[in-house]
Write a protein that binds this ligand. Sequence first.
Ligand code: ARG
Ligand code: ASP
Length: 691
Amino acid sequence: MLLFGAVAARADEGMWLPALISQRIDAMGQMGCRLSAEDIYSINQASLKDAVVLFGGGCTGELVSDRGLLLTNHHCGYSYIQRHSSVEHDYLKDGFWAGSPEEELPNPGLTVRFLDRMEDVTALMLRGYEPSMSEEQRDSVVEANSASLIRSIENPAEGIRASVEALYYANQYYLFVYRVFSDVRLVGAPPSSIGKFGGDTDNWMWPRHTGDFSVFRIYATPDGKPAAYSPSNVPYRPRKHFRISTAGVREGDFTFVYGCPGSTREYVHSEEVRYIGEVSDPQKIALRTLRLDIQKKYMSQSQAVRIQYSAKNASVANAWKKWQGESKGIARLGAVAAKQEYERRFEKWAEGTSYEGLLPRIKEIHQRREPSYLAYEYLNETVRSIEILRFASEVRNALERGRSTEGITAQFFKDYCQSIDEETFVAIMEAFGKGVPAGLLPRCYTDKLARFGSVEAWKKYVFKKSVFTNPAKVKALGEKDLKRLGKDPALEMWDAFQAWFEQDLRPVIAQTGKELKSAMREYMRGQMEFEPSKAFYPDANLTLRVAYGKVSGYRPVDAVWYNPVSTLKGIIEKDNPDIFDYNIPQVLRDIYEAGGVEDQSVCFLATNHTSGGNSGSPVINADGDLIGINFDRVWEGTMSDLVFDPDYCRNISIDIRYLLFIIERIGGAGWLLEEMDFVPAGSGTVLAANQ
Ligand code: ARG
Ligand code: ASP
């Protein structure tokens, strides 16, 4: 039985290309799926793919009405909700609900894209390529071929965009044709005490009770074409939208996730896994702990600072916590040793073939790369994370391009707390001196320390002397000041470290990167030949994928079993007016008091293989109806970007019935439910009221 369980669960690993889903549809059917491959992806008829979008630059969203209504996560809409917020209208804190379409809020810069079609264009991309060519020559052949293909397809006026993506380390190329819409309006969001309930304390964890959703609407021209924001645009009528199932989820139910995972590295060498789990993650965690502690101190003292730093803090904290789970997971699984064992078998098999010697070569490249790469990661997590420095370089960029700096300056100071930046400077630049590998510590660091005697004194000088701490002075800057600006201590520091990167780090990283790229292409091909009967899914690259599995609990540690469904009862258990992350709105307490809702389900777990970017993805049942919205993974399973473990890897979704409950009973926006389709028919509002 154990053996059977393991084998069955193994089947859940993978994020598959929708166009090839016919190769998986039998396996999906055996797990309970009742859809055909054409239902999921078709270029001849409307299919589920037409109801899924890439939301912004890194989330997923799904259409739930024929009037362009779109659901995604609260944390995906977060920065837009924040931009509409101020202390007087704090939509982050209080939530926002449009009372009618007229009240929906436009979001300049936000786009969503639908996939029209994808197709294998490997032969076309490699036209003119000879095996004797160098890596650079190969790249330029592919680049030229892809540029001309894209040019022949794109039509920006109609929102038609195309891209060619390398899959399997560029052993294959796929064309993706998209329709991009740029008038996307905010319709509603719950208060953060629901949408971010549990905050960073519960983030990446189970049991979870976060109502992590927000609602948007896509607008188009009256004839349904993508267009920039205009009051004359109308709600977009999508080719397909999801029906909503109110039947609920049970352990063992088939479910799949349709979305845009951003980046995974399942086929890398053990050296890379070792570097991530044992070197990179721990160092980055330590650096971010310093930053987070400082932010937390100031955020807890001031409501204004809390709003200013809410989005910044969430994004710093998010990766920080994920890396902890990842690094632990890699260790717990013995992932490095397991890869090494696999590599031993591969090498044995490779003897006498063209793959002989490949693995030692990859290992050597990794070792040559590591110190420089680590220094580069330090640069990102330190100098490039000091807000004033980054801002200074953005202002200069704008001036150089003859653009106005007013907008970026206003935006920057709206969300800037100089005390946080100053303290952060000291903490992370001290850590820089201790952490950058011996021999790589740059002069621009050591000279400054010698000159000022301490990081503290260096910091004082930068903040005292730089113009970039003063909004009025920054606004007064013009092109004529460009020359002199290079001497500003903030820019001078930014430039010096940038030069260090260009001179000392980039050459090594670029050279080893190029070598790795071609070696990994070979290794990927080798792995596929080594295990000819195994189905290989391409690593995630923000293109549309299908992951499938079952609703399932898990065992996080010995003697503990986690049930897969959380309920409102758990929210009340966690509720605590004195703890910011657990202080629910009074109305929710009142509704609970009135009775009858303790079994209202809130979130659920399943075995779908997801990654960053899958946030906001539709979670779909065996009939293709929407049962939830994906938003996270469990902490013990976050190493799934490198190694998937069926015992620990679970995705976390908000139950669609909780979303309906919140919209109707907390948001008072029941009008939105009227445009949705429910199965069983008509069940939407009744359920929300009765459960
Ligand atoms: N962990 C989720 C994902 O990676 C949600 C992140 C947003 N929430 C937060 N508390 N920072 O993006
Ligand atoms: N929370 C992630 C996202 O924003 C999803 C994940 O990493 O599982 O895409």
